[in-house]
Design a binder for this molecule. Sequence first.
Ligand SMILES: [Zn+2]
Ligand SMILES: [Zn+2]
Length: 233
Amino acid sequence: MEAAIDLHIHSALSPCSDDDMTPNNIVNMALLNGLHAIAVTDHNSCDNVEAVMKVAKDRLVVVPGMELQTREEVHLLAYFKDMSSLYSFRTQMEQYYNGIPNNPDFFGHQWIMNELDEITGERQQSLLTSLSLSFEDTVELIRRHQGLPVPAHINKPSYSVLSQLGFLPPDLGLTLLEFSQNFPFDFLDYPNSKFLISSDAHELGQILHGKMTIPVENITIEGIYMYLSRCFI
Ligand SMILES: [Zn+2]
Ligand SMILES: [Zn+2]
């Protein structure tokens, strides 16, 4: 069966996203748009993923994920097979925070929310800065936790592997690439790769409307994860 997905959505935890990117609003908009699966991929953090899962229940699959910013200012998505893998990855990853505090008046708030959309906390550490971890080492850390590394919005002229490194490192086996719907792209430039198109939504109105579908055996986290895994040859 075909699953309509959008695997790159930011919640109100990301300082650059709207404050109304709450767990309930994200899930309801995804359902209205006919999606079967989403991932909430906040910058260098994942504190709202569980709340989104609780809201979604069995109505929508929420794939555990995150969007990392490496030392070279490359954005790299990571998808995991379950929450415990995501959390064990987070524990390791947080050792590479740079210690810069967020300035909410300038960059925006970093809200942690529960399944009732109540604010339960705010991240003080700036999430919109680079980890002190190289692109290559971040890929390795993701894989050590059975995560799937996917270079984000490679057609974006900033914060992408191509804009920052100038090329896709050929030895890392990164055969699944994400394109942002917001910039022009041509799949023919990457004949040996598989692709995801995602919204990188920072506002509710940006979430995809079934533009990206994938063939899966089951519309579950495991089914989506298995499809993504098979894209790595
Ligand atoms: Zn990004
Ligand atoms: Zn993003």
